[in-house]
Design a protein around this ligand. Structure first.
Ligand code: FE
Length: 341
């Protein structure tokens, strides 16, 4: 009798386990525009904790989104990770993201850094760098200052069509209005030292070399330069100063790395687990530090000498990332009219 009972219990248990094993996801398909060395550790730790294997498809931001859209409802993608709030918002407008009802995620990530469907997992700031021999910090305290006539022939930036500049323009529209943003864009263009070219790192180098007096760059490129052991990089950063813009108004413009779960995800349970994992202190450290960004979760320590070199106490814009996308198209139109290409 006892034996029978035990057997029955064992059978019941194995049936339950069997069902669970069938229902539980054992893999996750991740489409990511991020490819950093430290992300490897991030993924293997997730697999070690959950037993869920990650199949990674890496690509450029726009290519991955295009791929997801082409694959349609047959897409194997569970989670899409990319950079820039405007890009994430565009992906959301295509309707690719599912609502994620995760109290854990919503509790961990500040309200202005997520929507119901996509979440920021790290932040970067768009800061001002200047050549210390050519420009004084007080001349460039605010984004608006870059349009002042006194900086004629000194301003450098990457293309106005790039999402980083479009997101900044979008934030400006919401803070100072469209008319003033257009005036600003025209002033900026009138101050160019050269036609926009290259990436943010090229602007930092050009400021270091004195070819440009001042430039707009993302904080993580700067942190990378501060940490670089190349003599030419060290020489360049010695010559530049960093300004956290708009400290007496809305704060430095913030952009993000982030992602969400796809509506068509074949492994939804694994997808939510992975997103929740990205908001854990351990993953936050890898995710943010790997690209010299800041974690989004409060209390996660930053130990990055590249970021520390830029100073620690600064005010950042708290404009919700979901709202940031609302005026991106308007920013593009303004830039087009102003000749910021
Ligand atoms: Fe970048």
């Amino acid at each position: 009798m006892t034996k029978l009972k035990t057997l029955a219990a064992l059978l019941a248990a194995s049936v339950t386990l069997g069902n669970t094993a069938l229902a539980a996801d054992t893999e996750l398909n991740l489409y990511t525009a991020r490819h950093y060395q430290t992300d490897e550790a991030l993924y293997s730790n997730f697999t070690a904790r959950t037993g869920i294997k990650i199949n990674r498809i890496e690509g450029k931001e726009e290519e991955l989104l295009e791929r997801i859209r082409n694959e349609g409802k047959n897409s194997p993608a569970d989670v899409f990770i990319t950079v820039d709030a405007a890009r994430l918002a565009a992906a959301d407008q295509y309707g690719i993201f599912a609502d994620v009802d995760s109290p854990a995620l919503k509790a961990a990530i500040p309200a202005h850094l997520h929507t119901n469907r996509w979440f920021a997992f790290s932040t970067r700031a768009r800061v001002i760098v200047y050549n210390k021999l050519d420009v004084k910090a007080d001349q460039v305290r605010n984004y608006e200052d870059l349009a002042k006539p006194e900086l004629k022939g000194k301003v450098c930036t990457r293309s106005g069509n790039h999402p980083y500049n479009l997101s900044l323009g979008s934030a400006l529209i919401q803070h100072i209005g469209a008319a003033k943003t257009e005036e600003w864009a025209r002033g900026l263009v009138a101050n160019f030292a050269r036609a926009p070219k290259g990436g943010d790192t090229d602007q930092i180098k050009a400021v270091g070399a004195g070819e440009c007096g001042v430039a707009l760059v993302n904080s993580y490129y700067l942190a990378r330069m501060f940490k670089s052991t190349k003599p030419e990089d060290q020489k360049a950063v010695e010559r530049i100063g960093v300004v956290w813009p708009n400290q007496s108004s809305f704060g430095a413009h913030i952009n993000i790395s982030g992602g969400g779960m796809l509506k068509t995800a074949p492994h939804k349970e694994a997808a939510v687990k992975f997103l929740e994992y990205l908001a854990s202190p351990e993953a936050q450290d890898y995710f943010a530090n790997g690209n010299n960004e800041w974690p989004v979760v409060a209390g996660v320590k930053v130990s990055n000498r590249g970021l520390d070199a830029m100073g620690k106490n600064f005010k950042t814009d708290t404009l919700p990332v979901g709202k940031l996308a609302d005026t991106v198209i308007e920013a593009q139109k303004i830039y087009d009219r102003a000749g910021f290409r």
